[in-house]
Design a protein around this ligand. Structure first.
Ligand SMILES: Nc1ncnc2c1ncn2[C@@H]1O[C@H](COP(=O)(O)OP(=O)(O)OP(=O)(O)O)[C@@H](O)[C@H]1O
Length: 649
């Protein structure tokens, strides 16, 4: 009898790579769901498995699989959440023709792109179902179907007719496409899910190209696509083997399944990673305690492995600070500075006083307030709420209709120095990049006059940019007047429209899309120009203020999590309810009764994700409606020791 190796200490998970290789190379192969908690090194595990299965690292059964894949011209498909994750895995794996790594959008488009008749049928079917649901919902309303409902139905019908008329469909996973037949991310995912369910040929094509599909961050992967793949992986279906990697405790997007572990079929293997290689022991204990706590209003089960810190990581500093949310924004910012000074005194880490710690204010609106771009952000939300904030996947380029402000004008502004002078060569380069030199008149005199006109407008633009009191309208006026670029017609029309913004809708009142957009444009034109640059940096993920996108998969030495429901402005998340300053609402209670996801569930996961980003030290700052009550309940929670709980003066 051969002894089963027992792994302990830091090597606790050392057998998991071999375990997974066993599932994927056995006959028939076995699908699996890998519980991989925060900081458990799932990328490393994934890459090690891929190396063995493709013959890069010596492995008897892996070599057999590799030669079979090569013989049939097949490859293992890895689907990740972001382009960045694709680059990380490819970088660690090196050149490997038996593995294809991509985002879910690229994966889906590679499967369905070019099958225009099928795409059309799928999109129409999906939209028809949505329309039927909208109609049924509207008919159930107390006052029946409203005019706004009818307009919304007409919009969907128009969309359907657009699909019917399209002969070819255009899509790019990394940028938005325009014009007839252009479809966006969501359409591609919807169409793929529908086609996988309804077209056996597509299932066969998938299995023939990629007999093994491994999906990273499966807890946040679009549920319709995941369901379709899980259906394809059923033994009686096509024989596709699926490997899902994920941590349901870290689900932060609404696209994913609410309780993925409970959906894993009983014949799948469920290996587990139990180490947390990232954080010091105190932080690992805290996240274990947070996840295990039985809170009022919690519906999600506390399933998941308890993690172990590395044996040498015995330290770590955690503090929770509580202050009053009624304080002014300025006082709260000062309060946060005070907290970071305390952290500096406790840890001795200079990062806490030199702004080198990571501030996580996850709700976009709170980030906008802390990052000093609230007006621009509010306007962008009105113009296009789906594109206003950075999302976890794809490139974040903001609403399509305002890109001229975020691209061309940003580039133009970068040509100016602080003293207001500008680099003519750089300006010419910007104009050339955007094809504006090609449209200059050929006649020498007319050309010189046009160049003069442009230079005057550019100088005016620069002067207005450097005036901190300038509004967006003031800065863009000379550029639009000189027809320097070709902005989106929606922006130009909105700028030319001199009508006043409509009043915001009253409570319970419905607002037309047109009125909402007009309010958005007016708010944007009236917003300070300086906010735009900060907004742009945030969209690009370069801000010191983090977003979900930055947080996913990231780690930082020292982390401050700012929790302020008041300024976050959302209703889906409430730290004050989770940590005790506010009672649960009747909706929270009825959701719990109905077994629906509650505010507590969502907030708990978000807190879990943020806390688990820290390697060395972690400061939680709660701005509460009732600091005394919050302090009392935090003490009673047992999450923190007495000296870890502080009041912000
Ligand atoms: N076996 C290991 N030995 C030592 N360090 C490791 C090991 N695996 C991972 N690490 C380190 O632990 C940290 C966390 O790893 P990684 O970011 O891959 O985790 P993850 O599972 O993707 O976490 P999350 O889901 O929280 O983003 C990284 O700094 C990584 O270098």
């Amino acid at each position: 009898m051969s002894a089963v190796p027992v792994f302990e200490g830091n090597e606790r998970d050392a057998g998991v790579v071999e375990e997974i290789c066993g599932y994927l190379t056995q006959q028939p192969p076995r699908s699996y769901f890998l519980f991989a908690g925060a900081g458990s090194g799932k990328t490393r595990t994934l890459v090690e498995v891929l190396r063995r299965l493709t013959g890069v690292t010596e492995h008897e059964k892996g070599a057999v699989l590799a030669s079979r894949l090569r013989m049939h011209g097949r490859s293992i498909r890895v689907v990740t959440y972001t382009k960045n994750a694709v680059a990380v895995i490819n970088g660690r794996l090196g050149v490997n023709d038996l593995v294809q790594v991509s985002t879910i959008h690229s994966f889906c488009w590679e499967l369905i792109g070019g099958f225009d008749d099928d795409i059309r049928e799928a999109l129409v079917a999906v939209k028809r179902t949505q329309l039927a649901e909208m109609v049924a919902k509207a008919e159930r309303k107390k006052n029946g179907v409203s005019d706004t409902d009818r307009r919304n139905f007409a919009e969907v019908e128009e969309e359907i007719q657009g699909y019917v008329a399209a002969t070819t469909f255009k899509y790019h996973p990394d940028k938005s496409t325009q014009g007839p037949g252009a479809i966006q991310h969501q359409h591609v995912l919807d169409a793929t899910a529908w086609l996988l369910h309804n077209r056996p040929t597509l299932r066969t094509i998938l299995r023939d190209r990629h007999p093994v599909v491994l999906i990273d961050e499966s807890q946040d992967t679009m549920k319709s696509v995941l369901d379709a793949l899980m259906a394809v992986a059923k033994p009686e279906a096509s024989g596709l083997t699926l490997g899902l990697l994920g941590d349901h405790r870290q689900r932060i997007y609404h696209d994913g399944h609410e309780d993925l572990p409970s959906l894993v079929p009983s014949d799948w293997a469920t290996p587990e990673l139990r180490m947390n290689h990232r954080s010091q022991a105190r932080i690992v204990t805290l996240i274990n305690t947070i996840w295990a706590s039985q809170l009022e209003g919690r519906t999600q089960p506390a399933t998941g492995v308890e993690q172990h810190a590395r044996t040498e990581k015995t330290g770590g500093v955690v503090r929770v600070f509580v202050g009053a949310t009624s304080k002014s924004k300025e006082d709260k910012a000062l309060g946060e500075r005070w907290c970071s000074a305390q952290m500096n005194a406790l840890t001795g880490a200079e990062a806490w006083t030199s702004d080198a710690y990571q501030l996580l204010a996850l709700e976009h609106k709170l980030v906008a307030v802390r990052g000093s771009f609230p007006q621009v952000f509010e306007a962008m939300l009105l113009i296009d709420k789906n594109a206003a904030a950075p999302s976890g996947s794809g490139e974040n380029t903001g609403p399509a209709s305002v890109r001229f402000l975020l691209n061309e004008l940003a580039e133009l502004q970068d040509c100016f120095s602080d003293d207001g002078s500008f680099d003519e060569f750089a300006v010419t380069e910007v104009l050339r990049r955007h094809d504006r030199l090609a449209v200059l008149p050929a006649d020498a005199t007319a050309r010189a006059a046009r160049i003069d006109e442009l230079m005057t407008a550019i100088a005016e633009f620069g002067a207005r940019c450097s005036d901190p009191s300038s509004t967006v309208a003031q800065v863009i006026a000379p550029v639009l007047a000189a027809r320097m670029f070709e902005p989106d017609s929606r922006l130009q029309d909105a700028f030319d429209d001199e009508s006043a913004p409509p009043a915001p809708p009253g409570k319970g009142e419905e607002e037309t899309k047109q009125a909402r957009m007009r309010r958005g444009w007016c708010a944007l034109f009236a917003a300070p120009w300086v906010e735009l640059r900060k907004y742009r940096r945030y969209l690009a993920g370069n801000s010191v203020l983090a977003t979900h996108q930055v947080v996913k998969g990231s780690e930082f030495e020292h982390v401050m999590v700012v929790m302020d429901d008041e300024e976050a402005g959302g209703f889906l998340i409430s730290y004050d309810k989770l940590l005790g300053g506010k009672d649960l609402s009747s909706t929270d209670k009825s959701n719990k009764e109905l077994g629906k996801e509650t505010t507590i569930d969502r907030t708990l996961r978000l807190l879990y994700v943020t806390c688990s980003r820290a390697r060395e030290s972690l400061a939680l700052v709660l701005w509460s409606a009732d600091p005394a009550a919050a302090l009392g309940r935090i003490k009673a929670s047992g999450w923190f020791t007495g000296d870890e709980i502080c009041s912000v003066p």
